[in-house]
Structures are given as C-alpha cells and as structure tokens.
Design a protein around this ligand. Sequence first.
Ligand code: PGA
Length: 250
Amino acid sequence: MMARRTLIAGNWKMNGSVSSLDFFDAIAPAARNSPADILICPPSILLHQAARACVGSSIRVGGQDCHTNQSGAHTGDVSAAMLREAGASHVIVGHSERRADHGETDALVRAKAEAALEAGLVPVICVGETREEREAGRATEVVSSQLAGSLPENAGGLSLVIAYEPVWAIGTGLTASVEDVATMHAAIRQSLPDPLTTCILYGGSVKPDNAAELLSLDDVDGALVGGASLKSIDFTAIIATVSRKSEPLR
Ligand code: PGA
C-alpha cells in the first residue's frame, strides 16, 4: 500500500498575473528540499504558463474549479480535460467560495470530482462548516453530510484529497483550535472508504506562524493555503515547517 504524503497546496483564488509567475522560481529551492508535495492553483488563465514555469522543478499546478462536462456549450466554463491539457495534476472542487458565490451543491461538487477523476486529475474536495453551524454544535454533522454528498462513489485513497476548511476561518485570520482540527480530521478519516491512504488537508488562515502546530497533528496531512500562498516568502516559510512525516517518492 502506498503511504499518503504531505501536500502543501496554495490557492491563489482570483489573484496573480503573468508578472507574478516569478513566484515559482522563488519557491523552487524550498520545494526541492521538502519531503512534501507542493501544489499551486493559480487562476485558470495563468495555468499553462505556470505549468511551464514549473518544468524541471517538483512543483505541481492545479485548477480551482472545473465543469462537470469535458467539453460543450458552457460559456465561460473550463473543463477538467482542459485543465489537464494546460498542465494541471489536481483541481479544487467545492471550495466554500464556490458553494457560497455560485450556489454549488454537494451533488454538483461530486459530479465535478467525478469529472476530474475521469480527466486524470486528483480532485481536492473541500468541506467545512459555517460559524453558525459550529456554534450550534453541528460542525461534525455538517461536514459528514457534505462528505457523504460530495465524494465520488468508489473513489478514495491516493486518487483524491479532502480539504477541511471551516468557512469562518477562511481569510479571517482565525484558525480552528488544534483540538477542534484534530477531532474533525479524525472524524473525517473514520468516515472515508480508504482512511489510511487518503490525504486530508486543513485550510483556513494557515500562516507561517501556525503551520507547524497544525501540520504536527496526526490526521493533518497538509494545508490548503489562500492568502499566505500569494507571497513566496510566506509560502516558503510554510513549506519549511513540514517535518519528515513521509518519504518523498521522487
Ligand atoms: P486563507 O484561504 O488561507 O486565506 O484563509 C484558504 C482557502 O480558502 O483555501
């Protein structure tokens, strides 16, 4: 059985430009020396150039969303096959900003994850509760239900990644307590068909000063980083906090 590996993923959201692609040169030494896999998800318009900027390095690139179909009359959308052709290895699906801004349901997220798998991409499937849901004591129930509805059937292990991102922690500077993260990640792992091989990321205001503590938790296999992935100095510092939990494949 192949062991799951640490993954440090950056989600640039709707940020970045052609001139910011020197980011990849800046983080390349840290990525090369890290036992973790490093993934950057820029806006799809930058993906092809980002993939070219990564040639010869160990950094991978991914999309931030994909359509459920691989082609067709869907103005403004991008398919998983297109992301793959542009050089992506992964695609984020079901990010809370997509769920909130575009009304994405669990069923739609599942269909997108299936489209990603069909195109040969690893879907990074995001789940997480709102502040109201946590305060009502419903965090675990909400996340379990999102997982049940969003995960493709018969898929697991190394073919997909889960990202637990409490909505109230995204972009706010607030992070869940290590106890809450540990509890939630353990609950998520128990509910997965392939618990031992599935990588579970934590996301929500991960920064250089809190990454080491979060990543030291047994069931935290990496981080999905928004704001702190926009500055190479911060992202490099987060990469540097990864301890040698897993051996590199390369
Ligand atoms: P943040 O974003 O690190 O800026 O909180 C995380 C995410 O939305 O993936």
